[in-house]
Design a protein around this ligand. Structure first.
Ligand code: ATP
Ligand code: MG
Length: 567
């Protein structure tokens, strides 16, 4: 045991550390912090997407790696946009990804009192003042990148007057927008965020947690560092757009004199090419009925990826492949597909399914006979064991495995050709039937009883192997095949009107597919490989025991090549 543990540690140390780990190592070595404490701080105003997964797994992963702590914190300081519904969906998604916050679930709104006291402290230090300027005036007074801002008349107020006015703000004496509290920093700062930013505003609004207790609410740039400091967060990891806000973050924790101030570190967001992540756009797709909810399997919200059949492990592999950096880059969806194939390759049973079925009749098979064939569940992973699959004289095969007039290099069934029925027998096509419209309905074959198990009895070779399902035993199911909801040729947005360029063929529904009888008792979210077809997942929303629905997670074909590791 100790042996293997040692090699594992050694192997891990060979992997180069990302820039955040390097900062943490330095902080620990220099005694800046003696522990690592991270958090994931979503605003409960929508569903999480693949980008958030990166933030979740990064923060949780660091806490794990350094034997520190990870907080789940809802940044619910803005009563206008938040909904309890989102709190529940976010919790479910973070849990599903495996980020365990244990008993550290927090709500920023629980700190309103402390935030208020902090603001009073700033006023008492002469570091904050009440302003009467309107939002427009504040913008005007702020100046430009080349010109310094103008002094706010409110900044001349005495500490006593500011304390009184701020208390009045809290007590509801003013209308929304009539007064704000500003931090007194530097109206000439080259960083616009430091030009006396607003830190509290009046908003007569009910809050989902605190109800009508408050009619003043803190601004994000003030609230966030306070939340981190209260919770004892050491490394507050956020995305690049907050880089210019870091001086303000540092100002807040310094002026409020926290004994162990947290440190903000920014990394580049994860972008996926040709996907929709904007809440506004997804909302529209839902409202227009183009998708069947925020968890439609064609979207990349975490709920949608879960429903489509992605595993937490595949998402983790994907964000790890993307890496952590300060430089923006765009990842490709095929890389995510690569990850799920890799994850499911050995884990999932491989079963046979005729997605677009036609009948195959074996003319010389004894009438009424049924054989049970022992079939391995996963040829590459014997640990998954085997199952019994019924074989009979009437089967279903996939329509595309038969052609009346085959092109060159078509090795599947056509008149006169012999193929292998996977795990079963060699069969030779001796005829076929068509309906009035010219569609093939039945293919007739004869089988060679000496080829049982799919083995050649006399050294003769067949080039094609096709899958099948015994007709009398088959389980019926609906199968949904997906393509990108975005037209990849055109890109996500229409340049003229900003609308989405949708792919009209993003969903194909096969109403009647036939699966092996082993699929009778599947559970929602169970995943399988349908041999030669792809990986499929039982739909958690629409599948019923007597009306199964499967989503294709991904096909088996891939053009993606794993990028070479640098260095
Ligand atoms: P909004 O624009 O509504 O604030 P948001 O996507 O920033 O949306 P938050 O709830 O603020 O949502 O995000 C929670 C956390 O997830 C933040 O720390 C944020 O930096 C991080 N995050 C958001 N989008 C991405 C992304 N694409 N890649 C990595 N991290 C992200
Ligand atoms: Mg945000």
């Amino acid at each position: 045991m100790a042996e293997t543990e040692k090699t594992e540690v050694a192997e891990k140390e060979v992997v180069s550390k990302n820039f955040i780990e390097q900062i943490i190592d330095k902080d620990l070595a220099e005694g800046v912090y003696d522990t690592v404490h991270t958090r994931f701080p979503p605003e409960p105003n929508g569903y999480l997407h693949i980008g958030h997964a990166k933030s979740i797994l990064l923060n949780y992963g660091l806490a794990q790696k350094y034997h520190g702590k990870f907080n789940m914190r809802f940044d619910d300081t803005n009563p206008t946009k938040e909904k309890t519904e989102f709190v529940e969906s976010i919790k479910k998604d973070v849990e599903w990804l495996g980020a365990d916050w244990e008993d550290r679930l927090f709500f920023a709104s629980d700190y309103f009192e402390q935030m208020y006291e902090g603001a009073v402290k700033l006023i008492k230090k002469g570091k904050a003042y009440v302003s009467d300027l309107s939002a427009d005036e504040i913008r005007e007074y702020r100046g430009t990148l080349t010109e310094p801002g103008k002094e706010d008349p409110g900044s001349r107020r005495s500490i006593e007057e500011n304390l009184e006015l701020f208390e009045n703000m809290k007590n509801g004496l003013y209308e929304d927008g009539a007064k704000v509290l500003r931090a007194r920093i530097d109206m000439a700062s080259p960083n616009m965020n430091m030009r006396d930013p607003v830190i509290y505003r009046v908003a007569h609004m009910s809050h989902h947690n605190t109800g009508d207790k408050w009619c003043i609410y803190p601004m994000y740039d003030y609230a966030h560092p306070v939340e981190d400091a209260i919770e004892g967060v050491t490394h507050s990891i956020c995305t690049l757009e907050f880089e210019d806000h870091r001086p303000l973050y540092d100002w807040v924790v310094r002026e409020l004199e926290y004994p162990h101030p947290p440190k903000q570190i920014e990394f580049a967001k994860l972008y996926l090419k040709n996907v929709v992540t904007g809440k506004r756009y997804i909302k529209k797709l839902v409202e227009e009925g183009i998708v069947d909810g925020w968890d439609d399997p064609r979207l990349v919200s975490i709920a949608a990826l879960r429903r489509r059949g992605f595993t937490p492990e595949s998402i983790k592999m994907f964000v790890e492949l993307c890496g952590v950096s300060k430089a923006n880059s765009i990842a490709e969806y095929p890389m995510l597909e690569y990850c799920i194939r890799e994850d499911l390759k050995l884990k999932s049973p491989r079963i046979m399914a005729a997605l677009d079925p036609i009948k195959l009749v074996i003319d010389n098979y004894p009438e009424g006979q049924v054989e049970m064939l022992e079939v391995p569940n996963n040829l590459e992973n014997p640990e998954l064991g085997s199952r019994q699959v019924p074989f009979s004289g009437e089967l279903y095969i996939d329509r595309e495995d038969f052609m009346e007039e085959p092109p060159r290099k078509y090795f599947r069934l056509f008149p006169g050709n012999e193929v292998r029925l996977m795990h079963a027998y060699f069969v030779k096509c001796v005829g076929f039937e068509k309906d009035q419209d010219g569609n093939v309905t039945v293919v007739h074959v004869t089988y060679d009883p000496a080829s049982k198990g799919g083995n050649s009895p006399d050294g003769r070779k067949v080039k094609g192997t096709i899958h099948w399902v015994s007709a009398a035993h088959a389980v019926k199911a609906e199968v949904r095949l997906y393509e990108n909801i975005i037209d990849e040729e055109k890109g996500v947005y229409n340049e003229e009107d900003g609308s989405l360029n949708l792919n009209p063929d993003s969903l194909k529904v096969l109403k009647v597919s036939y699966l092996e009888p082993a699929m009778k008792d599947v559970k929602p979210e169970e995943r399988f490989q349908f041999v030669r077809q792809g990986y499929f997942c039982v739909d958690s929303k629409d599948s019923r025991p007597d009306a199964l629905v499967f989503n294709r997670i991904v096909s088996l074909k891939s053009s993606f090549v794993l990028p070479k590791k640098e260095g």
